[in-house]
Design a protein around this ligand. Structure first.
Ligand code: XMP
Length: 326
């Protein structure tokens, strides 16, 4: 019968059989899937695994620290963090078009990740333990959607998997191939991963980069990170996390409106709240959040986030709107 205990035992045995005494690399995105996949492989082969986390500077407040500290503490995993914030900001300078942003972020991610992989391979040279495996948090629905991969090097990279090299020279280890999202969360919980990682709502690979309508800059990212953290804090405090699918918080960086704050006129930016209910993100409805929660979020964001003088609520279903603004 299906229990998380059985799944973990089976997968640990399968991973050991597949990897033998070779080494494996796993990219961590901060999301549930890569975290659970890495934790399973860590349980199976321990220090033969090295995880890589590319810090592109587009994460939400506290998320990089969650990976660096809490994930490492709960798994004991070997982690290589690459600080690529400057590199991503430079590559994104002057770019406003959403698809161009996505392409740049995906391209830079692959380059940084490949470089880290190459360094890990170089470090292990001469130890007799080749780095021969790449761990991926592919789920059952990802496989169905991309037409059924076989676990070989040529798997079609799904946009949720997080921009992997197209030309893989590694054999894939995919311990979540038979699981659905809710099962992955249960396995993660059983493995003792932090609640914030296991219960994390969907978050796009390009991160806050596609939640700034306009050019991405360090100042704008910092501002949006604050606003997003406030919205998340209040939604959590109100016990609404499980009711909403996700709540993008969007900065309209190229829009300004007049406001009055303290004893002066302001000319600041609007923040959009986009809380949605959904089953699978293919369709969605805007969440009817309690007015008092919305009021609290609005008051806090306009009080606490410099340069924001207005908070607006997106009341569009999908279709015709998408969940993200870009
Ligand atoms: P949309 O905006 O298309 O979003 O209604 C549907 C779901 O996909 C997520 N999303 C992305 N995830 N890379 C990702 O990994 C992306 O470029 C991307 N764009 C949208 C979005 O957050 C929602 O859950």
């Amino acid at each position: 019968s299906w229990t998380t205990g059985n799944v973990i035992e089976e997968q640990v045995a399968a991973i050991r059989a597949q990897v033998g005494n070779k080494r494996a690399v796993c990219g961590l995105s901060g999301g549930v899937d890569s975290a659970v996949a890495a934790a399973l492989v860590q349980k199976a082969i321990g220090s033969q695994l090295t995880c890589v986390y590319v810090d592109h500077g587009l994460m939400r407040k506290g998320e990089t620290e969650q990976v660096e500290k809490d994930f490492v503490a709960s798994t004991g995993v070997n982690l290589k963090v690459v600080d690529a914030q400057e590199r991503f900001l430079t590559a994104l300078a002057g770019v406003s078009d959403p698809e161009t942003k996505r392409k740049i972020i995906g391209r830079e991610f692959i380059r940084v990740f490949e470089q880290a992989q190459a360094e890990i391979v170089a470090e292990s040279a001469g130890t007799g333990e080749d780095v021969a495996f790449l761990v991926q948090g592919t789920l059952y629905p990802d496989i169905v959607e991309s037409g059924g991969g076989t676990g070989t090097a040529n798997i079609k990279s799904h946009h949720n998997v997080g921009g992997l090299p197209e030309d893989l020279e590694f054999e894939l280890v995919e311990p979540l191939r038979q699981l659905f999202k809710d099962e992955v969360r249960m396995v993660g919980q059983e493995l003792g991963l932090p609640e914030e990682i296991v219960q994390r709502q969907p978050f796009p690979g390009p991160g806050l980069g596609i939640r700034i309508v306009g050019e991405v800059t360090k100042e704008r990212l910092d501002l949006l990170r604050e606003a997003d953290a406030i919205a998340r804090e209040e939604l959590t405090a109100a016990g609404l996390d499980r009711e909403i699918w996700q709540c993008p918080v969007v900065l309209l960086a190229d829009v300004r409106s007049v406001g009055v704050q303290g004893d002066g006129r302001t000319y600041g930016h609007p923040i959009v709240l986009r809380p949605v209910s959904s089953e699978d993100a293919m369709t969605a409805d805007w969440s009817r959040l309690p007015y008092d929660v919305l009021a609290k979020i609005s008051t806090r964001i306009t009080n606490e986030v410099a340069d924001v003088n207005r908070v607006v609520l997106d009341v569009t279903s999908k279709p015709p709107g998408t969940i993200e603004w870009e």
